[in-house]
Design a protein around this ligand. Structure first.
Ligand SMILES: Cc1cc2nc3c(=O)[nH]c(=O)nc-3n(C[C@H](O)[C@H](O)[C@H](O)COP(=O)(O)O)c2cc1C
Length: 141
């Protein structure tokens, strides 16, 4: 299964989370500047909320993705106060015809360096990967 981790991070908070997820996803965390090389089964995509919105650059990136190129997106977000940040992303991605995993991960931007991050991101990535392998299996059979 081909996985990728991409993030857009202005002050580094979302990058921390991306880098915690990457080893579990079996790939490198890269910014959205780095193009996806091939068809991706699971794209872990991270971003933050600025003025209640998805940043424009990340919106453009999401719009550039096609459901043929990206089979499914697993969203992770950081924000100062908006715990529903992942939900904002979910709606935007779905509107642009991308399939989104039910499982999402949110971390307050204020606590991205605390010790529980590793544990939480591991649980998130594991759930996503096992869900994806069930989906893959049911497509193949
Ligand atoms: C200019 C600016 C606007 C922000 N607007 C919001 C907001 O509307 N809601 C919120 O919950 N957090 C807001 N935040 C907090 C960021 O979402 C939070 O710090 C996030 O972790 C930043 O992620 P990044 O470092 O990966 O870019 C804002 C931060 C800045 C600097």
């Amino acid at each position: 299964m081909k996985t990728a981790v991409r993030y857009y991070s202005r002050t580094g908070n979302t990058k921390v989370i991306a880098e915690a997820i990457a080893p579990m996803a079996g790939c490198q965390a890269e910014s959205i500047e780095v193009p996806l090389e091939e068809v991706t089964d699971i794209l872990f995509l991270g971003g933050a909320v600025y003025w209640g919105q998805i940043p424009g650059k990340l919106k453009e990136y999401i719009k550039s993705l096609s459901p043929q190129q990206v089979k499914c997106v697993a969203i992770f977000t950081t924000a100062g106060i908006q715990e529903g940040a992942s939900e904002i992303y979910k709606v935007f991605l779905k509107y642009h015809d991308l399939k989104v995993m039910k499982e999402t991960y949110f971390c307050s931007g204020k606590r991205v360096y605390d010790a529980k991050i590793k544990e939480e991101t591991e649980i998130f990535a594991e759930k996503v990967m096992s869900q994806a392998s069930i989906m893959n299996h049911s497509i193949m059979n």
